[in-house]
Design a binder for this molecule. Structure first.
Ligand code: F6P
Length: 360
């Protein structure tokens, strides 16, 4: 193995630079191989000339391990198999990417992305006949076949810290504070951070909520605990039993957001409680990666390089049962990883009497 390429694809998160660093260190120290960074994922491969950055050890003198974002840039649209053209049509530009990949003279590509990105990259690399290994990342933690994806742990920390800050002001003003998190169709961030941050109510897309149940919970808190403030965490795609998730469309993409405001209005109307809403948004994706994400990203990077060197292709590295393994990408793509409604986190939430918006 002489030359390996690495790129980041899809929404960014904390820990990507730690993974890139691990890929470079393992390639150089373990195999004497050089590493080529590809800038802005497939956009960099579609550019003429392709946008690349040779990655040597001196790039990683210390700061990169700790930094958020991705030094390689990323995109979360522009699938080369169905590339959006200015006139609104789409064009198959995969052939251009395949030619570029072949011309780069690489022995393999490591792609750090969500399951959607990995599906596209794997298909492109199969077409080019060059091995591909995927590293899962997303704050949403919804990549199947791995317990953790890079970025999730840091995002949960950000949301938990926000709850730590909201609790005293909720108590001081006797308010119901609603915190809207990211996560798309999965409630992993809201559930984990809600438990860690002492939420009274956690609303996730997997369990459509009943406003009457939430109102009853707030009354119980007041009557049984003598408390007239509360913390509610709602995932961005949470929805009422009799309604849909709140989203808008931008350039053909679904953008979630607004359920927190809606809940604030509805809870005030149903209970008279003073409600305030905080939407954390992209704050959850940025900033210094947690120690767990740095260690996870580093382990993933090393294992991905070892897989390429051993001659396998079409695999995704995975965290499972306290260790690293790898799985066939075919088992990952096209599947979902919603919150396990009978799993440990849900048991904890139910056991703590956290209202999940339903009648359990
Ligand atoms: O998938 C990660 C994520 O942060 C989601 O939680 C969120 O819905 C989405 O990306 C936001 O994407 P964008 O950066 O395009 O606004």
């Amino acid at each position: 193995m002489k030359r390996v390429a690495v790129l980041t694809s899809g929404g960014d998160c904390s820990g990507l630079n730690a993974a890139i660093r691990a890929v470079v260190k393992r390639c150089v120290h373990g195999y004497g191989a050089e590493v080529l960074g590809i800038l802005d994922s497939t956009e960099g491969l579609l550019a003429e000339p392709p946008r690349t950055l040779p990655l040597s050890l001196d790039v990683f003198s210390g700061a990169m391990l700790r930094s958020g974002g991705t030094m390689l840039g990323t995109v979360n649209k522009g699938n080369p198999f169905s590339y959006p053209m200015p006139d609104g049509s789409t064009r198959d530009r995969s052939g251009e990417v395949v030619d570029t990949i072949r011309n780069l003279g690489i022995d393999g590509l490591i792609g750090i992305g969500g399951d959607g990105s990995m599906r596209i990259l794997h298909a492109l690399m199969e077409k080019a006949g060059v091995p591909f290994i995927g590293i899962p990342k997303t704050i949403d933690n919804d990549v199947p076949m791995t317990e953790f994806a890079i970025g999730f742990h840091t995002a949960v920390g950000v949301v938990t810290e926000a709850l730590d800050r909201l609790q005293p002001t909720a108590a001081s003003h006797h308010r119901v504070m609603i915190l809207e998190t990211m996560g798309r169709q999965a409630g992993h961030i809201a559930l984990s951070a809600g438990i860690a941050g002492g939420a009274d109510v956690i609303l996730i897309p997997e369990i459509p909520y009943d406003l009457d149940v939430i109102a009853a919970k707030l009354r119980d808190i007041h009557e049984e605990e003598g408390r007239n403030h509360a913390l509610i965490v709602c995932a961005e795609a949470a929805r009422p039993q009799d309604g849909a998730a709140v989203f808008s469309e931008q350039s053909g993409s679904v953008v979630y957001g607004g359920i927190g405001e809606r809940l604030g209005r509805d809870i005030h109307a149903a209970t008279g409680a003073d409600t305030r809403v905080t939407v954390l948004g992209h704050v959850q994706r940025g900033g210094t990666p947690s120690s767990f994400d740095r260690a996870l990203a580093s382990s993933f990077g090393v294992h991905a390089v070892d897989l390429l060197a051993s001659g396998v292709r079409g695999r995704m590295v995975s965290w499972w049962d306290g260790g690293i393994r790898d799985v066939d990408l075919g088992e990952v793509v096209g599947r979902e990883k919603p919150v396990n409604l009978t799993g440990a986190r849900m048991q904890a939430a139910r056991g703590l009497d956290i209202c999940m918006g339903d009648k359990p």
